[in-house]
Write a protein that binds this ligand. Structure first.
Ligand code: SF4
Length: 157
C-alpha cells in the first residue's frame, strides 16, 4: 500500500537552502514522520537562489505580500506560482509541514508587518502554507507538530 505523503520544507530535512546557506534539520521531527513519503519543497531557493536577501510579509492595499528587505520589491508572484505548480504536481499530499515563522512556509507563525515595519501579528501564514490551506491540506508548523506528537513512553522503565 502506498504510504501517505507529507510535503515538508526542505530546510527541515537538512537541505542548506536558508537565505544564508544554512539548514534547519530537525531530527525529532523526522522521527515522527517515519511512516510518510516526504516530498520536499523550497520556494525561495527555487525562485531566488541561495544565499539571497530576506523578505517579510507586509499588509498592503493588495493584501498580504512578501516584500524584499533589500529592494522593497514584491516577491510574491513567483512564490505563489511555485506553490500552485507544486500542489498541482502532487495532488495526493495528505500533510503539510512548514518551517515555523518563515514568510513562505510558516503555517500559523509568520510575522506580518505594516508598511512602516511595525509588527501587526505573529500568527500569519506564509505564501506557500496559505496555498496548502486553501487546498484543504492538513497543515502544521514543524514545532507544533513535534509538540502534538510526543514520543511514546518507554515500557519497563
Ligand atoms: S523555510 Fe521554506 S523557503 Fe525558507 S529555506 Fe526553508 S523551505 Fe526554503
Amino acid at each position: 500500500m502506498a504510504r501517505p505523503q507529507a510535503a515538508i520544507s526542505a530546510c527541515l530535512l537538512g537541505k542548506r537552502c536558508r537565505y544564508d546557506g544554512s539548514d534547519n534539520r530537525d531530527v525529532k521531527l523526522l522521527g515522527k514522520l517515519e511512516g510518510y513519503e516526504l516530498i520536499p519543497f523550497c520556494p525561495e531557493d527555487h525562485c531566488f537562489g541561495t544565499p539571497r536577501p530576506t523578505m517579510d510579509l507586509v499588509e498592503t492595499k493588495q493584501g498580504i505580500r512578501a516584500l524584499s528587505n533589500l529592494t522593497g520589491a514584491d516577491l510574491s508572484p513567483p512564490v505563489e506560482r511555485y506553490a500552485a505548480d507544486f500542489f498541482d504536481a502532487h495532488p495526493e499530499i495528505d500533510l503539510f509541514i512548514g518551517k515555523d515563522r518563515s514568510p513562505s512556509c510558516g503555517v500559523c507563525s509568520a510575522r506580518l508587518y505594516d508598511r512602516e515595519k511595525q509588527l501587526i501579528r505573529s500568527d500569519a501564514s506564509g505564501l506557500m502554507a496559505a496555498e496548502a490551506k486553501r487546498r484543504g491540506i492538513e497543515c502544521w508548523d514543524a514545532e507544533d507538530f513535534v509538540a502534538a506528537h510526543p514520543a511514546p513512553p518507554i515500557l519497563g522503565s
